[in-house]
Design a protein around this ligand. Structure first.
Ligand code: TPP
Length: 577
């Protein structure tokens, strides 16, 4: 007779699941045994469950399909949590099998006892426990459908003894597939949006991850409105390529052209973006926002008209209602400013004469040498900044990061999932030295699972992003020093290609060799600890949060000025608010 665990494997297969990321143990043993006996699903074994969850998040992001993780009870599944938060907040479909202590012991403070339904509640769209075998088939099916249709994490908590028990309850579903629902605003609402946009003199578009699959429609509406397009970090992958209307990013990681285009408009069209910082939204513009989730409307800035709709379908319906305009003065001004900003950014990515290297040069070199369909992942910290500014998207490349949850140490885990999902694509992880060392053990996974991921480590011997924050806030650097091993030597000891680069002229060769190496490879680059980049862009009066202003200023090369300002009472008043 099949066990409940056998039914779980059967049900996962019915949704086209081909692998499970995880780490086995005690209460999960019945599940992994059923998987082994079935023999058709791959078990992607990692060293830390957080990495399993990050890998699943990247897998789901890239394939658009359900990804699955499994972990043992108590500490085992507790380790999943941070990675599941990342998946949930990036809105990708992931099912987590959180095995649990023996049913009979629940509530007794038993060895390894936790309360998973409470712990996972906040990072999931669905989280339920199957206490008896009869419950399991339905709970697992609901979990899978919830993850797919609500684009989030669903957690199934199952005590080990329930998985081991004889199967019972309804038969497993024959097929679970994601189908597409088209969400388009009503015509009357589209006409209201068209009237606002037609009535404005200068329209700017803010485009986010909701623009995935809507590239042509986005360019089309920008053409009709003669509107520059600013993108948020999660929109970069979908927006910046083949796009004459793109004027770059705004926000802390962005640069002045994106900020200017937002500030100078009198109507802002927000498309599928949850860009979080209110300070960077214009306060005098009329705002029209389109989002497939109505609950997102008006979250970040007050909106004059919020439309519930899928971006692509909404633009298909909206653009023909607009009066195409000929006056492109606003667009030309912003595009011109972007071209100038881009030139300045590129100048900062010059090799320099001797080490330590400019991190900009490192990111640009990686971008120039990587494959046309490479997948990039980047660690939270300064690697996100250099990726935002120098890693070019082209419509075939992909970019995965922890852009909403913002966890460190994401790049390696995301790269593992990317490479497992796409064995034939080049996968390049841009890692911080703090980030990589946080989940260092999973470098071994690259060797064990034979994943040819390329790691590029920005070794600045510090938590450099935090140092920037501290500097901006007028706080003395503290607790940010890192005493690092040679990551290249660690890589070699683990059985992969590893090279340390200390001089700029060696970098292109080192990156090329790593990219061409047949297996996993690591290039550790000794980079400048605090790189102050592009020329000043935003004035204090323009940016309302002083600390944000200061951080941008440090990032943009006016560190001394900030330190002077930090000594003043004005600064303290702002900071202490
Ligand atoms: C898990 C976690 N801990 C702490 C932070 C706060 N934090 C954000 S960036 C950062 C420093 C990252 O350092 P590193 O990976 O060395 O990159 P660098 O900025 O030095 O390039 C820290 C500590 C975080 N985002 N996530």
């Amino acid at each position: 007779m099949p066990s409940t665990a056998d039914v779980m494997i059967e049900t996962l297969k019915s949704a086209g699941v081909r692998r499970v990321y995880g780490l086995p143990g005690d209460s999960l043993n019945a599940f992994t045994d059923a998987l082994r006996r079935d023999g058709t699903l791959d078990w992607v074994h990692v060293r830390h469950e957080e990495v399993a969850a990050l890998a699943a998040a990247a897998d789901a992001h890239l394939t658009g399909e359900l990804a699955v993780v499994a972990a043992s009870c108590g500490p085992g599944n507790l380790h999943l949590i941070n990675g599941l938060y990342d998946a949930q907040r990036s809105r990708v479909p992931v099912v987590a099998i959180a095995s649990h202590i023996p049913s009979v012991e629940i509530g007794s403070g038993y060895f390894q006892e936790t309360h998973p339904q409470e712990l996972f509640r906040e990072c999931s769209v669905y989280c339920e426990m199957a206490s008896i075998p009869e419950q399991l088939p339905r709970i697992l099916e609901v979990a899978m459908r919830s993850a797919i249709s609500e684009r989030g994490v669903a957690v199934v908590v199952v005590p080990g003894d329930v998985m081991q028990a004889e199967a019972a309850g309804r038969r497993p579903p024959k097929r679970i597939e994601s189908t597409r629902a088209l969400v388009v605003p009503a015509n009357t609402d589209l006409l209201r949006a068209a009237a606002i946009l037609d009535g404005a003199e200068r329209v700017t578009i803010l485009a986010g991850a909701g623009c995935a699959g809507a590239h042509d429609e986005l360019v089309g509406v920008a053409e009709a409105l003669k509107a520059p397009i600013v993108h948020a970090m999660r929109g970069k992958e979908y927006v910046e390529y083949d796009n004459p209307y793109d004027v770059g990013m705004t926000g802390l990681l962005g640069f002045s052209s994106g900020y200017r285009a937002m500030e100078a408009c009198d109507a802002l069209l927000v498309l599928g973006s949850d860009f979080p910082y209110p300070q960077f939204y214009p306060d005098h513009a009329t705002v029209v926002q389109v989002d497939v989730r109505g609950s997102q409307l008006g979250r970040r800035t007050p909106v004059d008209l919020g439309l519930v709709g899928d971006v692509r379908e909404t633009l298909r319906a909206l653009t023909p209602l607009l009066n195409p305009r000929s006056d492109d003065a606003h667009l030309q001004k912003m595009v011109g400013h972007y071209a100038k900003t881009r030139r300045e950014l590129d100048e900062l990515a010059a090799p320099g004469k001797a080490g330590p290297l400019h991190p900009q040069y490192v990111a640009k070199t990686v971008s120039d040498l990587a494959g046309e369909d490479a997948v990039f992942t980047c660690d939270v910290g300064t690697p996100v900044i250099w990726t935002a500014r120098y890693v070019e998207m082209n419509g075939r490349r992909s970019l995965v990061g922890s852009f909403t949850h913002g966890t460190m140490a994401n790049a390696l885990g995301h790269a593992i999932g990317a490479q497992v999902a796409y064995p034939d694509r080049q996968v390049v992880a841009l890692c911080g030295d703090g980030g990589l060392s946080m989940l260092l053990g999973d470098m071994i996974t690259l060797v064990q699972q034979q994943l040819p991921v390329k790691l590029v480590v920005f070794n600045n011997t510090s938590l450099a992003f935090v140092e920037l924050e501290m500097k901006a806030a007028g706080i003395v650097n503290f607790g940010t020093e890192l005493v690092n091993p040679s990551f290249a030597a660690v890589a070699r000891a683990m059985g992969m290609h590893g090279e340390r680069v200390e001089q700029p002229d060696r970098l292109p060769h080192a990156i090329s060799e790593a990219l061409e190496a047949p297996g996993p490879a690591l290039v550790e680059v000794m980079v400048a600890r605090q790189e102050l980049s592009i020329p000043p862009s935003v004035t204090a009066a323009q940016a309302k949060g002083f600390t944000l202003y200061a951080l941008r200023t440090v990032l943009n090369g006016r560190g001394d000025e900030v330190v002077e300002l930090a000594k003043t009472n004005v600064f303290r008043r702002f900071r202490d608010r």
